[in-house]
Design a protein around this ligand. Structure first.
Ligand code: G6P
Length: 623
């Protein structure tokens, strides 16, 4: 949700910033802007729409500055417009900032700033940050009293600290000032900031994707921390100016992993690379020869996990659907009572965390604010917290007591695909790990390990049906209402199938437990309505077929995801997408693949920008 890039070094900043913004465009894409410090002073360009629009504006501009900040926006306060786009400049025209996050007390601060003579040109909460820094920057008496080094750089640093102390809410910011052409300031609370440390150059971004082309050495700023970067180096401290020893870490992925690699969309690339990403996710963790599961990331907590009396899973969106599968798996395999909560709702109850409760948070990005808030709430209430996260070094990964990375590589497509199958694999491995230590026989575990190891190859065979799935999508892509139904492990898959279709095709779709159809939704069924049944051969198969008959009797169109060899299902279904047989608990990793492809093809056929769907953002860092 919104992307930040900033540069200070020996190269011209504008092209590096634009290139960085393009890498972050999946984070927000309603407007964009750039500010650089030129010999002539502070120069700012902003435009509504995609980065390409901003790039066009810059084509005939002669920018030479080597210090600059840039932003791609997903609107929260104020509609997408030039005025509301970042960077925001203070009322004196000297200081520019870009901001991710939400300032909750901005109206109070705005009133105060207006009383001090500041003027505003946007409706955003972010603009107050530029003016707040400016008011402190120009208040020499106040600065002297607080013992500030009164050079412009010293004043800017103190003014930024003073301003940040006044903010209630979340921020990742970068700040530049016309008077200080050699200093870039960045700080964070609740919104990620990464400082890439290159060869005599620094690139700051809200996401490693904008940094990795320049350097893989990075510092992940902690909450309430700030970095002051100059041409000679940087120092990190808390907002309160207590020095913090910065730890340089290696960004784990390469530029190749964030390229399209010949695909038209990232979503397609990510769907098609699932055989490899799942392989990477399970490799080194499942040992077929020894019949063992090794999960290094949770080794420290394995005793508590094995003895857990209750598991509580919180997540949002696709990750929440993975959590639902996790609930079934943990109860079935490990015998631990498990509940799944929307992270956004968790705090609005009075969640009971008893002794022996393990809280699992699932998040691809590791930055979703609702999931992070649920994690903090659970920690505050004394739960042991375990993360299932894809993004290495992300806030959730850092704040959980321990965790397991997905290792599926960066996910750029806004609609989550490979992260989902990775999340399912990790949840299954965890449940098996616990089950073996509780009661599962070695023989049974071996069967699961063998079946898990075969999953990537089985996904490959499903992907071969892409053209058949495209044809079905073509036939029904003009239908505005769809139902997705499944029972047991397939119910969360039905939810995920419906979500995919909504997200990128803008088709109204509902996912339901198949049996619930009779309690209302059946009234919707007409010969116009596609109903997708996720119906592999499993314990509930016969019952699902019964539901198909009910739909058929009412003239609905049936699309089924079924197990290879199930010819009988053709009696009911107008279209069948086949998946290879596997154990019931592992089926979601297969049955979801045709649904991902269905949504993808439907969206392409309807002419949508699959990787940047309307109104959505990859990582939702506002509540
Ligand atoms: C957004 C994305 C979804 C994603 C959800 C949770 O809504 O559009 O695709 O599932 O956030 O994201 P997370 O990064 O926490 O898994």
């Amino acid at each position: 949700m919104c992307g930040i890039v900033a540069y200070l070094g020996h190269q011209q900043a504008d092209s590096i910033l634009i290139e960085g913004l393009k890498r972050l465009e999946y984070r927000g894409y309603d407007s964009a802007g750039i500010a650089t410090i030129e010999e002539s002073g502070l120069v700012v360009y902003r435009s509504v729409g995609r980065i390409s629009g901003l790039e066009e504006i810059l084509t005939d501009k002669q920018l030479n500055g080597t210090l600059g900040i840039a932003h791609t926006r997903w609107a929260t306060h104020g509609k997408p417009s030039n005025e509301n786009a970042h960077p925001h400049v203070d009322y004196t025209g000297k200081i520019a900032i870009v901001h991710n996050g939400i300032i909750e007390n901005y109206l109070t601060l705005k009133k105060w700033l207006i009383s001090k003579g500041c003027t505003f040109s946007s409706e955003t909460d972010s603009e107050i940050i530029a003016n707040l820094i400016s008011v402190f920057y120009h208040d020499e008496n106040h600065l002297k009293e607080s013992g500030t080094d009164m050079s412009p750089a010293g004043k800017l640093e103190t003014a930024t600290r003073l301003a940040l102390r006044e903010l209630v809410g979340t921020y990742g910011i970068t700040v530049i000032c016309r008077d200080v052409p050699d200093t870039l300031i960045t700080a964070r609370r609740g919104s990620p900031i990464i400082l890439g440390v290159g060869d005599e150059e620094f690139i700051v971004a809200s996401d490693a994707a904008a940094i990795v082309k320049h350097t893989t050495q990075a510092i992940y700023l902690g909450d309430n921390e700030m970095a002051v970067i100059t041409r000679d180096g940087y120092h990190t401290s808390t907002i309160e100016n207590v020095p913090v020893a910065a730890r340089i870490e290696q960004i784990e992925y390469s530029l190749d992993e964030i390229e399209l690699a010949g695909f038209e969309h990232y979503m397609a690339k990510e769907i098609f690379e699932q055989p490899q990403t799942l392989e990477a996710c399970i490799s080194g963790r499942l040992d077929l020869t020894e019949g063992r599961i090794q999960l290094g990331g949770i080794a420290d907590m394995s005793r508590q996990l094995v003895r857990a009396r209750r598991i509580l899973i919180t997540a949002c969106g696709t990750a929440w659907h993975a959590g639902l599968v996790g609930e079934y798996i943990f109860e079935e395999l490990a015998g631990i009572p498990t509940e799944v909560d929307y992270a956004s709702e968790f705090r609005y109850r009075n969640p009971i965390i008893e002794d022996g409760t393990i809280h699992i948070v699932i998040s691809q990005s590791g930055e979703t604010i609702d999931t992070l808030a649920a994690l903090r709430e659970a920690k505050h209430r004394g739960a042991m917290c375990l993360g299932i996260v894809n993004s290495v070094g992300s806030t959730i990964a850092r704040e959980t007591d321990c965790g397991i990375y997905l290792h599926v590589g960066p996910e750029i497509g806004v609609a989550s695909t490979k992260a989902f199958t990775g999340q399912l694999a990790v949840l299954t491995m965890m449940a098996l790990y616990v089950a073996r230590r509780r009661h599962m026989s070695q023989h049974r575990l071996n069967d699961y390990i063998k079946a898990m190891v075969e999953i990537p190859g089985k996904i490959k065979t499903i992907l071969k049906q892409s053209d058949t799935i495209r044809e079905a999508a073509h036939q029904y892509s003009n239908r505005e209402n769809w139902l997705f139904l499944g029972r047991g492990y397939q119910f969360p898959v039905a939810l995920e199938g419906a979500l995919k279709l909504k997200e990128i095709s803008y088709i109204h779709a509902e996912g339901l437990p198949a049996a619930e159809m009779k309690h209302g939704p059946i009234a919707l069924i007409t010969p116009e309505m596609p109903v997708v049944f996720v119906a592999p051969r499993c314990a509930q198969y016969e019952k699902v077929v019964g539901n198909m008959e009910e739909v058929k009797a009412r003239g609905g169109i049936i699309i089924a995801v079924a197990t290879e060899g199930d010819d009988g299902i053709k009696k009911y279904a107008d279209h069948v997408f086949y998946v290879p047989h596997t154990l019931d608990e592992l089926q979601p990793m297969l049955t979801v693949i045709p649904l991902q492809l269905l949504a993808y093809h439907a969206a392409v056929i309807r002419g949508h920008d699959v990787d940047k769907p309307r109104n959505l953002a990859k990582s939702v860092t506002v509540e």
